[in-house]
Design a protein around this ligand. Structure first.
Ligand SMILES: [Mg+2]
Length: 142
């Protein structure tokens, strides 16, 4: 067996990359990731919370990957241990977050795109109280 290559990390998106959107990972992908981990450090980055990522990649996800970045990287685990947690609200503060959301709302309102529900979902994810996220999850199925 070859030694793992130092200083190299392979990061993978979850939805649409390691899994079909919102689906579970296939055994083939799981096996591939186990083989890859023998030669490089591996990690996953997902927009969902850890619960949803575990549903998709398996309950052993924290042991299967060197790094797990959930909630778009706002929550970081290494070797199964929490190493960082951040929120846009605490990082930017209320005033700057409001300014950013207002700018984004105006910008998106002027976009000429056929389907705007994705843009709405992005906005909900910027300010993450769970209630809007549930609404967004519902909207995306229309
Ligand atoms: Mg994706």
């Amino acid at each position: 067996m070859r030694a793992r290559k130092d200083g190299l990390i392979a990061l993978f998106d979850v939805d649409g990359t390691l899994t079909a959107p919102r689906k579970e990972c296939t055994p083939e992908i799981l096996k591939f990731m186990q083989e890859l981990r023998k030669v490089v450090t591996i990690g996953v980055v997902g927009g969902s919370d850890l619960v949803k990522i575990s549903e998709q990649l398996g309950n052993s996800v924290m042991n299967d990957y060197d790094y797990v970045f959930s909630e778009n990287g706002l929550v970081a685990h290494k070797d199964g241990k929490l190493i960082g947690k951040q929120s846009l609200k605490s990082f930017l503060g209320d005033e700057k977050l409001k300014e950013f959301i207002n700018f984004t709302l105006r910008y998106i309102a002027d976009l000429d795109i056929p389907i705007k529900r994705w843009a709405y979902q992005i906005l909900c994810c910027l300010d993450p109280p769970k209630k809007p996220l549930h609404l967004c999850n519902t909207l995306q199925h229309f």
